[in-house]
Design a protein around this ligand. Sequence first.
Ligand code: SAM
Ligand code: SF4
Length: 334
Amino acid sequence: MAAQDLVDPFGRTIRDLRISVTDRCNFRCTYCMPEEGMQWMPRSEILTFEEIERVARLFVERFGVDGIRLTGGEPTVRAHLPVLVAKLARLGVDMALTTNGATFRNLAHELREAGLRRVNISLDTLDRAKFEQMTRRDELPAVLDGIDAAIEAGFDPVKINAVVQRGVNDDEIVPLARFGRERGVEIRFIEFMPLDAAGNWLHDDVVGQDEIVARLAAEFPLEPVPARGAAPADRWRYTDGGFVGGGGMVGVIPTVTKPFCGDCDRVRLTADGQFRTCLFETREFDVREVLRTGGSDDDLAALIQRAVGTKWAGHQIGQVTFVKPRRTMSQIGG
Ligand code: SAM
Ligand code: SF4
């Protein structure tokens, strides 16, 4: 069947599907999970690789989605991840993975062989003690090694995601940028969002894009790169040049201070098969139910179209109307 665009009520065409493959994680980042007591989804509720592939295929072949990102939880803790990557690679779309990088050395080569091209690795600090404080794991050396493994295995681009929290790691903005320039990887600073399990998010903890860029510009010569399109990051180029690969650029994802909802082309599938039209949505649509009760592709497509028909104009973070989703970032799939 010919591709048919999925267009939401605000005229935005859906092009990007984020698939969470697990809610579990080997880290406990303070801005995401509690130290203990996380209730994992029962395994029977998690979509199988075959179910994920079926949904992904429908999005690609029927709805013309051309980008898939695998995330979690920590996607690399899902057993046999390269098998899923190989299945999805056959769909022929741009595929990326977001990971904390701690075990990436073990998987990099196999994932690359399976057809994964792009990877984002999360790294919020270069200071080992602070890393342990933020992730509750002493894994900085493993993550740095994971970044090297990604570069060596030929992932292109390798990007680094860094969540910035005031008073926690905002003194790491310039060192992380320098690290990116030297390693040839693009650092993308992410504004802290109210999706932490502890519910401790405060507006004052957010270091906004303007402040991040001002701190970078005080240290390095920068010029903005025009036209973000549907991509969440605004980007700047270092004008003193000479950096390998993505090291010539730096990005900021300004979800809180400059929401990019007007250009959003993303939808999400949680590990337990719930379809969401926004990270911050409170409504979910039960794709798993359709999959497991013998629903046809037309039934699935109808549910997805109905869901996309409810996609809102944008989130309300910072306003009195904002309602925190019941699920946290790790449960939705960041
Ligand atoms: N475990 C993988 C990782 O950490 O990269 C993938 C899942 S994680 C939920 C995806 C991204 O969301 C990571 O870059 C993480 O730093 C970011 N993230 C988690 N909680 C966040 C929050 N409250 N605000 C902003 N970003 C957050
Ligand atoms: Fe795990 Fe990623 Fe959440 Fe950290 S941000 S606890 S690595 S899912």
